[in-house]
Design a protein around this ligand. Structure first.
Ligand SMILES: Cc1cc2nc3c(=O)[nH]c(=O)nc-3n(C[C@H](O)[C@H](O)[C@H](O)COP(=O)(O)OP(=O)(O)OC[C@H]3O[C@@H](n4cnc5c(N)ncnc54)[C@H](O)[C@@H]3O)c2cc1C
Length: 538
């Protein structure tokens, strides 16, 4: 097949235009084009009001070799890449591999292990996704937090109640992201995620997809154990190797290969790993607030008159500002037409994040506006000092919100003027169980307040209306990525512990659903490669 890129067509082109553009670009007769599929559809919105669609297509044509030779020097015409995933061949080890955590990383790892015939055991501290949904809604509706079953913990992991954005900036030369997407489509995601440039799924579908994938893993002989936490490691030998996992139900599971995919909020597990001597480093993350605007304002600022076009959907944005105090301020996890959600996993803390449904039809757009923090500058006191830093500000947000899981909020105009908000304006905040108008500087470090105050007017210059007085800021956004990184060897194992495979966001190798899924595949492949650690050590 031949891949053709950079085919630019007007937003409202008719059904025949794409085929005509392919034939013209290739310089062939229509009869020589046997078939084509869209590999990617994006848009170029740099000229507001004159947005064009940009396609990449894969074509089946007569005599591909001579056509490619003829276009040898045309960068937009090339052989189509081979994106098919080839499952590695696995031989069963003495014990079944274990996956700790059923987020996107753990679930993709378990799926690959199951497809390879290794019948993995998945240990997940939270509940199955339907029960978890009930617990999550209890916080949002009644201020009742269940520490083991919430937005962060439970089947599907942190991204289950989310916008389900599926883009990632990670380098992916083996097209593992394509494998993740294909599995998601098999599980019920819309097929367009395979080709649109900024795919998303939305919360509602994610929940049933997670169940479908579980059914496949179980059908292949895998097994899930819910409501059980890994609380300790059993090791032996020198070099040390894993021999078992201590579980919260008081039992020990014999295990010589375990993928550790616990996400960025498993703070108790990080502490357990530190005490067990698993090598780890403090790493940078970010802290800030969520901002909410009317979605119509963002649509208009980005797309002008073409806002609301079905092929464009609700508009998103991505903004960065380098503040004069040396901090970078950037938009994070933007959710068009969505809601701000309560995302704490620990009692008496307030943490924000964002989610939406596939339709992205809610009134407000929201995004984190966050400021980078690093161990060197902001939490130098030990490998888990970043966790203490997060907890401090999450607790401050809980207090500023009034102590009942309401979040502190402030109008942008008041935030910029340095005065507390006493009421809110036209933008109605979506955060549940509610917000308390106050002063957000009570729950943010000074450098972050200063940097965000500088960034908002700078963002206004890029996106008209961004610093509108009634836009609402809700705090505090702290769980942007893991505060630690667990180093791993070229074989994907902890350098201090053979048989432990740190993976996903919690270990510092992913920053979103797609990259976590990709890392899960990698981890599964490493486990398959290390199918018998006992022999390789002996
Ligand atoms: C509200 C929200 C919205 C988001 N929106 C998006 C988005 O639109 N797009 C995007 O790409 N990303 C989004 N993210 C981020 C994304 O969810 C994460 O990057 C991703 O889930 C990380 O995957 P993971 O598998 O590494 O970890 P997680 O998803 O965090 O999964 C870890 C799992 O391990 C379990 N666990 C933890 N400790 C233990 C233990 N000791 N024993 C057993 N089980 C344990 C947890 O219960 C959890 O289920 C969002 C996150 C949140 C919270």
């Amino acid at each position: 097949m031949i891949r053709l890129t950079e085919l630019r067509l007007p937003l409202d082109h008719d059904d025949t235009a794409l085929r005509a553009a392919i034939v013209t670009r290739l310089g062939i007769d229509d009869s020589a084009l046997h078939d084509f599929t869209i590999a990617r559809r994006g848009y170029d919105a740099r000229k507001r009001g004159r947005i064009v669609l940009v396609y990449s297509v894969d074509c089946v044509v007569d005599d591909e070799a001579s056509l490619l030779a003829r276009h040898e020097n045309t960068p937009s015409i090339m052989p189509s890449p081979d994106t098919q995933y080839v499952l590695p061949t696995a031989s069963p080890g003495a014990l079944r591999p274990v996956v700790i955590g059923a987020g996107p990383c753990g679930v993709m790892a378990a799926l690959i292990l199951a497809q390879a015939g290794l019948r993995p055991i998945v240990i997940e501290r939270g509940k199955i996704v339907r029960e978890r949904t009930i617990d999550t809604f209890a916080l949002w509706r009644r201020s009742e937090l269940t520490p083991e079953s919430n937005v962060q913990f439970g089947e599907g992991g942190a991204g289950t109640f989310s916008d389900g954005k599926l883009y990632s900036g990670v380098s992916d030369p083996r097209h593992l992201g394509r494998k993740v997407m294909e599995e998601f489509v098999k599980a019920g995601a819309p097929e367009e995620i395979l080709y649109v440039s900024k795919p998303h799924i939305g919360t509602f579908r994610l929940v049933s997809m997670v169940e479908h994938i579980r059914a496949e893993i179980e059908a292949l002989g895998g097994e899930y154990r819910f409501g059980v936490r890994v609380d300790g490691l059993v090791t032996e030998g020198n070099p040390r190797r894993l021999t078992g996992l201590v579980l919260s139900d008081g039992t020990t599971l014999e295990a010589d290969r375990a993928i550790l995919a616990v996400g960025h909020s498993a703070r108790d597990t990080f502490e357990m790993l530190r005490q067990a001597g698993v090598p780890m480093q403090a790493k940078p993350f970010s802290i800030g607030v969520r901002i909410e605007h009317p979605q119509s304002l963002i649509d208009c600022a980005r797309f002008g008159d073409q806002g609301g076009h079905p092929l464009l959907g609700a508009a998103d944005y991505k903004l960065v500002h380098h503040a004069s105090n040396g901090r970078a301020v950037y938009s994070f996890c933007m959710c068009p037409g969505g809601t701000v959600v309560a995302a704490t996993s620990e009692p008496n803390q307030v943490v924000t994040n964002g989610m939406s449904q596939y339709s992205r039809a809610e009134r407000n757009a929201n995004a984190g506006i966050v400021v980078d923090v690093s161990p060197e500058r902001d939490y130098p006191d030990g490998v888990l000092a970043g966790v203490a830093f997060q907890r401090h500000w999450e607790r401050a947000a809980f207090v500023a919100g009034g102590g009942d899981y309401k979040a502190p909020a402030q109008r942008v105009e008041d935030f910029l003027a340095g005065r507390p908000s006493t009421t809110l304006g036209d933008v109605v905040p979506s955060y549940k169980p509610g917000v308390t108008p106050t002063d957000l500087s009570l729950c943010l470090p000074d450098f972050a307040v200063q940097a965000i105050r500088e960034a908002l007017p700078a963002f206004e210059r890029k996106l008209k209306g961004f610093s509108m007085g009634d836009a609402v800021l809700t705090g505090v956004e702290t769980r942007t990525s893991s505060p630690i990184r667990l180093p791993r060897t070229a074989e994907g194992q902890s350098p201090g512990l053979i048989g432990l495979f740190p993976a996903g966001e919690g270990a510092g190798y992913a920053g979103g659903i797609l990259s976590a899924g990709i890392d899960g595949i990698r981890a599964a492949e490493w486990v398959i490669g290390a199918h018998d650690t006992r022999q390789s050590i002996g």
